[in-house]
Design a protein around this ligand. Structure first.
Ligand code: GTP
Length: 326
């Protein structure tokens, strides 16, 4: 039996006001809720997933509605108050045995979780962290990696001058239940408390190539969207009414959307039941289900939330606009 835990209890403050009415794991990216994308990345040998929820846990519970996904049993566990990434795991310690997988609920990446699991088993360590290389590691957890792929040092959000590496924690872990020997009921942060304490004692790193984006902010959300619409989400579906438009791909438009006389894309995703009137420019943006864009609007680097009406001639750059009544 192999289990996975998805950390999904954060407040998602950087995506407000969208996350005031929708918890971040349920925010759709290129038409699919982030958490569904994360669950779909799990290898088929994973039997059950625990969703460690907190903020708006009831919405997450209703989303799964007691059902699994593709043969995977899904259990939503609600924290009464935020326990932090380590506290969330600690609360599940009696249900996790042997090796298990832990994932952040807001990461879109090409990590081969399967291969990482095999690597972890071969090393026999306490935990393995997925690693991604970035130019500016200050906002992440960095690691020092030895020849044998052991992590000898882990530092969360280093100052620029203290950044000894550009390899960052990419937010997916394979762990053995021995990790609980390094935690207790007071543990709150994996990144600040647990990883530094097991560095050099059986903590391994797994590097991968391809893409990695943490979708927690508006800019990173739109960057992740670009990757997805450049792939299979970049389709103008049958049943989308697109008339007299200039389309600059990659673009995804769902069935039931009506788009007229406008310049759309690149990197734009328009969900079902949206309407875009004549003379608009919509670029590097997302229009969520039922958004209505009036004539002559310019929407760039923005998310227009579900059911939001944007009046004629509005310009929105770098904003998240939502329907105030929701
Ligand atoms: P911001 O408020 O915008 O920083 O977003 P966030 O609250 O989601 O925080 P962050 O992006 O750092 O969290 C990374 C992952 O851990 C996300 O998938 C969160 O849902 C999850 N997470 C953060 N804090 C907690 C917590 O206290 N409990 C649980 N279960 N998950 C958490």
């Amino acid at each position: 039996m192999v289990s996975a835990v998805v950390l999904a209890g954060g407040f998602g403050t950087r995506l407000r006001p969208l996350t005031l009415s929708t918890p971040k794991p349920l925010v759709r990216i290129a038409g699919i809720p982030m958490i569904d994308r994360v669950l779909a990345s799990l290898p088929s040998f994973v039997d059950e997933a625990f969703i460690a929820a907190g903020y708006r846990a009831q919405d997450i519970r209703s989303h799964f509605n007691g059902k699994g996904i593709n043969g995977l049993a899904v259990n939503v566990i609600a924290e009464e108050k935020p326990l932090g990434t380590a506290g969330a795991l600690w609360s599940l310690r009696n249900r996790l045995e042997g090796d298990f997988i832990v994932l952040n609920g807001d990461v879109i990446n090409s990590l081969p979780v399967n291969e990482m699991f095999t690597f972890h088993r071969k090393c026999g360590g306490i935990a393995t962290i997925s690693l991604w290389e970035v130019d500016n590691p200050e906002n992440f957890g960095i690691v020092r990696l030895g020849q044998d792929m052991q992590i000898t040092e882990f530092k969360e959000k280093p100052k620029r001058e203290d950044a000894f590496s550009r390899l960052i924690n990419a937010g997916t872990y394979v762990m053995n239940d021995r990790v609980f020997d390094y935690m207790d009921s007071h543990s709150s942060s994996m990144e600040k408390e647990v990883f530094p304490s097991i560095s050099g004692r059986g903590l391994y790193g797994f590097r991968f190539s391809g893409y990695w984006v943490d979708c927690g902010s508006l800019d990173s959300y739109l960057t992740a969207q670009e990757i997805l619409v450049s792939g299979e989400a970049g389709v103008v579906r049958n049943g989308a009414r697109v008339e007299g438009c200039v389309i600059s791909r990659p673009v995804g438009i769902e069935r039931g959307a009506v788009v007229r006389g406008s310049r759309i894309g690149p990197n734009t995703y328009i969900e079902e039941k949206c309407a875009v009137s004549e003379g608009c420019v919509v670029k590097r943006s997302t229009l969520m289900r039922g958004a209505v864009i009036g004539k002559g609007c310019e929407i760039t680097n923005s998310i227009i939330g579900p059911g939001t009406e944007v009046t004629d001639g509005t310009s929105s750059d770098n904003q998240i606009l939502v329907n105030q009544s929701q």
